[in-house]
Design a binder for this molecule. Structure first.
Ligand code: HEM
Length: 204
């Protein structure tokens, strides 16, 4: 039987995910307009609509696929409802939100490992949100009640939830092939998100 001892020296799942996605993170970060002087309320609103168009189908697919390994609290970590309340705060009603374009080119979520890779990206994005939240509060006076809640979706729980997620990842007994599937899915999540945002013309 394959024992974990044989993997001594092999990167952990987290290390593999970090190494595999670092450049994609930098590339996407550079193209997001949060620190751009031209970002105004209209552009921010379109960006949030585009985020909804990705997160809604992603979270629905993760939920419907039912392949997320046990121990991940989807109800606690779902982010689409926060996007919906931000869009309400920005003046969209439910019919307008339901009519928003949604991404069809999602990353593969057809194995438990692929789900873990995608979740790594969605959970990690809450960390950058902390930086963005402060910037948007200063520049566009956005807060949790007027359209800025998504950037601070976990609020004071952000650090704790990230640590809990890393503990959860660390408990997953993935072999080398499964780890590769997780990394592929994480990479694909970054690139699908970037391509989607690009198609919605909200990137720099
Ligand atoms: C301008 C936009 C962004 C900024 C400024 C930003 C910034 C950051 C920062 C500062 C961290 C590290 C936080 C820490 O170690 O405590 C981080 C981590 C991370 N971010 Fe971003 N981020 C941005 C956008 C995104 C987006 C759009 C995604 C994915 C959809 C993303 C995914 C991640 C992931 C997965 C991590 C975790 C890396 C790890 O420690 O393993 N980020 N980001």
């Amino acid at each position: 039987m394959h024992s974990q001892a044989h993997d001594v020296g092999a990167p952990t799942l987290l290390e593999a995910l970090r190494t595999g996605t670092a450049l994609l993170h930098v590339a996407l970060e550079k193209r997001l307009p949060f620190f751009c002087e031209r970002l105004d309320a209209d552009w921010y609103g379109r960006l949030l609509q585009a985020c909804y168009g990705f997160y809604q189908p992603m979270e629905a697919a993760l939920d419907e696929g039912a392949l997320i390994p046990d121990g991940f609290d989807q109800v606690l970590r779902v982010k689409t409802p926060t996007l919906v309340s931000d869009l309400h705060a920005l003046g969209l009603d439910n019919p307008a939100i339901n009519a928003l374009p949604r991404c069809c080119a999602l990353p593969p979520l057809d194995t438990p490992a692929a789900c873990l890779g995608a979740l790594y990206v969605l959970e990690g994005a809450t960390l950058g949100g902390q930086v963005l939240r402060r910037e948007m509060a200063q520049r566009l006076a956005l807060d949790a009640d007027n359209g800025g809640a998504f950037l601070n979706v976990y609020g004071a729980e952000t650090g704790r939830r990230w640590k809990d997620f890393l503990d959860y990842l660390g408990r997953q007994p993935l072999d080398v092939c499964a780890k590769q599937r997780a990394v592929d899915a994480a990479r694909s999540t970054f690139s699908c998100f970037e391509q989607w945002l690009d198609s919605q013309e909200v990137l720099l």
